[in-house]
Design a protein. Structure first.
Length: 368
């Protein structure tokens, strides 16, 4: 099995904007535009109505690739589209800011809007639970933690025009944890990839749990009954008996049906020698796909969430450092992932749009 290697240096380093197989330099691009904002930009926005009222974000345009990073919600990515085609799922509440439901047990479902991805952690992932009298909310608190020390920049680095966002989130409590997440989101004009780099530092004077799950949510029209999931899976297990009856069709997406239950599958993924692996959703009918690249040494668990219910039609791709069974499972097994005092862990993810049959076929070859 082969994998396209991710560039682990400061940025993608493609060197040039590419169009039709030809390289285009900085000077050639600037000769045809008055401002680079004609082609690419980062613009701060504040939403002004409904459940999103007051929500700060950043609109990012990279040619035909557009997305919004939510400054008030962990710098997670909400909207995501390519050539005007929507890739993400948005739940019934729609675009939503921080709410009273964020950390109230199962009520947190009223604040989970989806978006391209949200960050689940850091003391718990998945279902709400109580451990030794302490409550841990559904999918943790990071996903609704506002960022601070935000920076947004767009600049030339040689013939690369870089668009870069940075911010810091802190999950902290008096006499409790003090976990800092510094996130950067970077894309290069003319490419179809977005690179996310997360650095988690424990600034407490004791080890602390660091449970993480990156909850990617793909939706219509990228997702329909002609789409399928592509994984280098070596083993697949259902989460529960409901999922077991659909295990053989885990990669398929049937048409929506009213009131269908959700299905969750746990996959073991093959990697290259450095631990790199991927998960993807492709739709050959429209000639588009989405690939998520990550390193299994950083995120050893991978879960697939599949909801075919009418109105809740979504495919979730979820790399994680902990199991879908959450905090109670790891407490019982003595396997809670922990970060030592003043230690730092770094996690990188690369999001890539696949455009056309050739790129989709290349992805399929990575399974061989």
């Amino acid at each position: 099995m082969s994998f396209i290697q991710q560039n682990q240096t400061g940025h993608f380093g493609a060197g040039y904007h590419r169009k039709g197989g030809l390289t285009v330099t900085r000077q050639e691009i600037l000769s045809k535009v008055g401002s680079m904002q004609q082609l690419a930009y980062i613009r701060p926005v504040t939403h002004r109505e409904g459940l999103a009222s007051g929500l700060d974000g950043y609109l990012v345009k990279n040619g035909e690739l557009c997305f919004e990073a939510l400054g008030d919600k962990c710098l997670d990515i909400g909207d995501f589209s390519y050539k005007g085609v929507n890739f993400h799922f948005l739940a019934k509440p729609g675009l939503i800011g921080r709410t009273p439901y964020d950390t109230h047990g199962q009520e947190a479902q009223r604040s989970i809007m989806g978006g391209l991805f949200f960050t689940s952690g850091a003391e718990n992932i998945c279902a709400p639970c109580t451990v030794e009298g302490k409550h841990y909310p559904m999918h943790g608190r990071l996903r609704t933690t506002p960022s601070q020390h935000r920076t947004a920049d767009a600049f030339w680095d040689g013939d690369n025009y870089l668009l870069k966002l940075c911010g810091e989130m802190r999950e902290a409590e008096l006499f409790g944890e003090n976990i800092v997440l510094r996130r950067s989101i970077e894309t290069v004009f003319g490419e179809k990839s977005v690179r996310i780099c997360d650095e988690f530092t424990n600034e407490a004077f004791r080890s602390e749990p660091l449970m993480l799950l990156y909850h990617f949510n793909l939706g219509y029209p990228l997702l329909d009954e002609t789409a399928r999931v592509v994984l280098p899976a070596s083993e697949t297990c259902p989460r529960d008996e409901i999922s077991r009856s659909h295990q053989d069709a885990w990669s398929e997406m049937p048409p929506p049906r009213p009131n269908e239950p959700e299905y969750v599958f746990l996959h073991s993924l093959k990697t290259d020698p450095e631990g790199n692996t991927f998960a993807a959703l492709i739709n050959e009918k429209i000639g588009l796909g989405f690939k998520l690249g990550f390193n299994q040494r950083q995120l050893p668990y991978f879960m697939q969430w599949k909801s075919t219910a009418s109105g809740d039609y979504v495919m979730g791709l979820e790399p994680a450092n902990s199991s879908v069974y959450g905090r109670p499972y790891h407490e019982k097994e003595g396997t809670v992932h922990r970060l030592g005092a003043f230690e730092t862990e770094r996690i990188e993810l690369t999001l890539t749009v696949l455009d056309g049959a050739q790129e989709i076929d290349t992805l399929k070859q990575e399974l061989l």
